[in-house]
Design a protein around this ligand. Structure first.
Ligand code: GAL
Length: 422
């Protein structure tokens, strides 16, 4: 699907080109030619906790980059479902935004390999970023010794969010540590009249749920192997995982294919469901929506596994305002920028020098876990797999939602791994 500039604006509504500026301009025209002082920042953070995080970063940019103007190029839709299509079309027609959001890992490497983004190694040296981030994360931003983006955060994907009041009505007082207990709790909730106690949304949100189940059933090392070719998608242990996933789907809302993650989250907040597996942007979103009665636990059976992903920002080839964009990137990587962003976004800072006391309760727990847990990547959010692999996985999950054919899902994922895996 081809998106025009007008469609981009329509996708986010009238606030699309909202400015939050150091110079306070109210001119909402798109980024100008050379000499432009506008920095168009392309994300999918258009609402709720995501927008709150972006706003925090924009406020810091206003302080750090006087004379530069933030232009909001956000395209709404969880996980970039719409934004990535718009971006691909703009990159293809040499109309890049000044900067865009890209996930560290395989997804970022798509842009590097396509020659669409600039090497930032020299800026890393100037801004003192080489030692600010953990080496493992830097590796995910690097090809052939060159570093191509500035990470804003670390998110955790394998978390179950709960409505505490709904759990209390079913007498559930302890977090389940394994799948069998989780399923027993889902049955208790059903018996209390919560017909679909586990909320889920469309394709990529189901992929997240499947990934969590596979971490439990395969263990972290074999799970990592699914994305680098060393674990067979057609294996018996994957069959067990997909079978467990199918069981979990039977407790979910049947309108799932039409829902984004925020629609499924609403089912939890409204008390129509008790649980949702989602990344920790959900903590920030529930905070932004003033829903305080939530709890969380790591997906049952994942043990001490932290499924990570990181949002990062790049300098596209052909960006109109290189100086302004570099100032944005410097802010993104700075201690103040990371604090302004992550305290509102549910994620933890990518920098290692942050102080947990500055953060809300959930992030304090996440910062501690990040240091000790085993790290595994996410396909749904680009750290584990390329955009081609993600697209194929999302289609396979969409088909599974309807047909529930275990062998067909395994074959589709095996074919995707053969085509797009390492
Ligand atoms: C992820 C992104 C997060 C959050 C989420 C839901 O891909 O990394 O920052 O925005 O999508 O939209």
């Amino acid at each position: 699907m081809r998106f025009t500039r007008r469609a981009v604006v329509a996708a986010v509504g009238v606030a699309a080109l909202l400015t939050a500026t150091a110079c306070g301009s109210s001119d909402n025209s798109s980024s100008g030619g050379s000499g432009s002082k506008k920095v168009e920042v392309f994300t999918w953070w258009a609402d709720g906790g995501e927008k709150a995080g972006l706003d925090g970063l924009v406020a810091q940019f206003g302080k750090d980059c006087a004379g530069q103007e933030f232009v909001n190029g956000a395209v709404a839709g969880g996980a970039g479902a719409n934004a990535k299509q718009v971006l691909a079309s703009r990159l293809q027609t040499n109309d890049p935004p000044d900067t865009f959001q890209a996930h560290a890992g395989a997804e970022l490497k798509d842009y590097i390999k396509a020659g669409q983004i600039e090497d930032l190694s020299a800026d890393y040296a100037t801004w003192g970023l080489k030692t600010a981030f953990p080496q493992g994360l830097i590796d995910n931003l690097t090809i052939d010794g060159k570093i191509y983006s500035v990470p804003a955060n670390i998110h955790r994907a394998n978390v179950v969010w709960t409505n505490k009041k709904v759990l209390a009505t079913a007498g559930i007082t302890e977090d389940p540590k394994d799948l069998a207990t989780f399923i027993a709790d889902l049955d208790k909730l059903k018996a209390k009249g919560i017909k679909t106690p586990l909320a889920v949304g469309k394709d990529w949100t189901m992929l997240m749920l499947l990934e969590s189940v596979l971490i439990t059933d395969l263990g972290p090392d074999k799970f990592i192997g699914l994305w680098n070719g060393s674990t067979d998608w057609k294996g018996a242990d994957v069959t067990k995982g997909v079978t467990d996933f199918k069981t979990l789907l039977s407790y979910t809302n049947t309108d799932r294919d039409a829902l984004d993650w925020t629609d499924a989250e609403k089912l939890v907040m409204d008390g129509k469901a008790a649980y949702q597996l989602m990344g920790d942007w959900e903590a920030a979103d529930m905070d932004a929506k003033k829903f305080a009665d939530y709890g969380w636990f790591t997906f049952p059976g994942n043990g001490q596994t932290y499924q990570w992903l990181a949002d990062s920002f790049v300098l596209p080839k052909g960006a109109k305002n290189v100086d302004g964009t570099k100032c944005w990137l410097k802010t993104v990587g700075s201690a103040d920028g990371q604090k302004a962003f992550n305290t509102k976004k549910g994620s933890i800072p990518a920098r290692t020098d942050a102080s947990p006391a500055d953060y809300p309760k959930y992030q304090q727990a996440a910062m501690a876990d990040w240091k000790t847990f085993k790290q595994v990547p996410s396909c749904a959010h680009g750290s584990a797999c390329s955009q081609g692999f993600q697209g194929a996985a999302n289609s396979a999950l969409g088909a599974f939602s309807t047909k529930q054919d275990i062998a067909a899902l395994q074959s589709a994922m095996a074919a995707a791994a053969a085509q797009f895996g390492k």
